[in-house]
Design a protein. Structure first.
Length: 511
DNA sequence: AGTGCAGTTGACTTT
DNA sequence: TAAAGTCAACTGCAC
């Protein structure tokens, strides 16, 4: 019998750079790099073939990198505990290494099962952090500083070589169809893998991010001006630390350039770095309170919306057939690209939750599947914020017509994704129902009257907010989850008016 | 050139 | 990340 294996279990960290489990385990002895394709995970309602396609591309490249190091990636399909048990019986497992994961309820339960099995077998499972998310966090105080110092730590250098194990391990990456996933064409999806990740990072920091601040809000410009790093952070083809440090390096390089354009560049970069921070801030919420994936953060809102979604409205929303051109264009763009910018995600969710009065879990699941960058902690926190169920955020009900006029004044974006509206005059592009030729369009009339629906939704939620006990529960939520930005929870003071203006272009979220 | 006024703008509040 | 409403200051313009 050969020496027992140290298993490096790759999860959503598909890289060798800045990979502490890999680097540390490689110093101990023989390493088996392992990815487990878990059919039950991919059968969950928040999983989709587009996500798998991105992951599979990333795995392929990871496999090549590991092969160069000397030991290719072992890919096995099945239940994690079952697979570990099998490997342990055949070869003996000395230790288990993986990054700590803040995933969905399913991965949480799976990790508990793996931990229980490992404990039972006397195998130590080491789980270093890869994000600024702290497990078993006692208090949010000091969280932001911890994030800063964590991200400032040196990136971990990958091992120079891995000792070949000399056994033929399976390496086959199943197709989406083999995994039983529904067909999910996403023609303009970003490609997975480390090469694409590095190119995207270089493109953003080198040029695309120059006017990030001003171009991130409109879907006309956001596809180019946003970093587009999100799927790479989700699947770990880049580490948060790598992105944070590359941003700092770029910021420093811009300093000596005295010209005014460099000043704007810097402001965009600082704005971007704030969002890296928020990425972990939202993941931390799910880490602290996993039930927010399923239940209202503030239980006072339980039952306010129907438990079962109105199928006609849900279907129309999912298909981009609501009759609101800007909403439909965004949904169809998302379907093609597997990505849409943050603000439009908020608008889509707001429309589902307020205008259509759909239960957020159903609509949230559709968006989760559409997002190649689906990150449960960010996603479900955002879903609840856009649904008014956190109890501590101002309701933000988007007016889809106003958003259209603000973000797509020429209607170019609408016409690209809703070709049925090609012939509608500019003046009516966001409200085609007001145009005299509307009857001839092969496009549905608006599914709801926005003013009426938004008013009804606001009234229902405000009635609960005024109810007994609402405030007390909300206060506890703020204490547990609220950010500690200057002038908010930490000091109990209100920010000065001036500070508020400075923050306006940044992501000044309340939660 | 001063006055009155409708319309606009921006800061701030409310929902 | 919102939008609508309020209010006061401001602007352009007719007289």
């Amino acid at each position: 019998m050969t020496q027992a294996l140290n298993i490096v279990w790759f999860k959503r960290d598909l890289r060798i750079a800045d990979h502490r489990p890999l680097a540390t385990a490689a110093r101990l002895g023989p390493v088996l790099p392992l990815y487990i394709v878990e059919p039950d995970f991919w059968a969950q309602a928040d999983a989709s073939a587009r996500q798998w396609a991105f992951a599979a591309e990333s795995l392929e490249e990871l496999g090549r990198e590991l092969a160069v190091l000397g030991q290719p990636l072992c890919v096995m399909t099945g239940d994690a505990v079952g697979i570990f048990r099998e490997i342990h019986q055949r070869h003996g497992i000395a230790s288990l290494w993986s990054h700590e994961e803040t995933g969905n309820g399913w991965t949480y339960a799976r990790d508990l099962a793996v931990a229980a099995w490992a404990r039972e077998q006397g195998i130590t499972w080491h789980e270093p952090r890869q994000f600024g998310v702290i497990r078993r966090l006692a208090s949010r105080n000091g969280w932001a500083n911890a994030w800063d110092s964590d991200m400032a730590e040196p990136v971990t250098v990958p091992p120079i070589a891995l000792k070949p194990l000399g056994v033929d391990w399976p390496q086959t990456i199943p197709t989406a169809a083999e995994l039983g996933l529904q067909p999910d064409p996403c023609p303009d999806r970003q490609r997975g893998g480390r090469t694409a990740a590095l190119a995207t990072l270089a493109g953003f920091l080198g040029e695309r991010g120059r006017d990030y601040r001003f171009r991130m809000s409109s879907p006309v410009t956001a596809f180019e001006a946003c970093s587009r790093l999100s799927p790479h952070l989700t699947w770990g083809t880049l580490s948060m630390r790598e992105v944070a440090q590359a941003s700092v390096t770029r910021l420093r390089a811009l300093k000596p350039l005295g010209d005014p354009s460099a000043k704007s560049w810097r402001a965009s970069l600082i704005s971007f770095m704030g969002r890296l921070h928020w990425h972990c801030h939202f993941m931390q919420k799910l880490e602290d309170e996993p039930r927010l994936e399923f239940d209202n953060l503030h239980r006072g809102y339980d039952g306010v919306r129907p438990d079962v979604a109105d199928q006609i409205k849900l279907d129309a929303w999912c298909a981009g057939q609501t009759g609101f051109p800007f909403v439909d264009a965004c949904m169809r763009a998302l379907d093609r690209h597997g990505w849409i910018n943050f603000r439009m995600r908020a608008m889509l969710m707001s429309f589902a939750s307020y205008d259509l009065w759909l239960p957020w879990r159903a609509s949230g699941l559709h968006l989760a599947r559409q997002f190649v960058d689906y990150e449960p902690g960010i996603h479900w926190s955002q879903v609840q914020m856009q649904s008014g169920t956190t109890g501590i955020n101002t309701m933000r009900v988007y007016n889809p017509v106003k958003q259209g006029m603000d973000q797509d004044p020429t209607g170019a974006f609408v016409r690209r994704f809703v070709p049925e509206l090609e012939g509608v005059p500019d003046a009516f592009i966001h409200e085609p129902w007001k145009w005299s030729g509307a009857a001839s369009l092969r496009y549905p009339p608006p599914i709801v009257d926005h003013a009426t629906a938004a008013k009804a939704a606001k009234d229902a939620l405000y009635a609960l907010r005024k109810g007994a006990g609402h405030k007390e529960a909300a206060r506890k939520i703020v204490t547990k989850h609220g950010s500690r930005k200057a002038g908010t929870a930490a000091t109990g003071r209100k920010p000065k008016a001036k500070a508020r203006v400075v923050q306006a272009d940044q992501l000044t979220l309340d939660l």
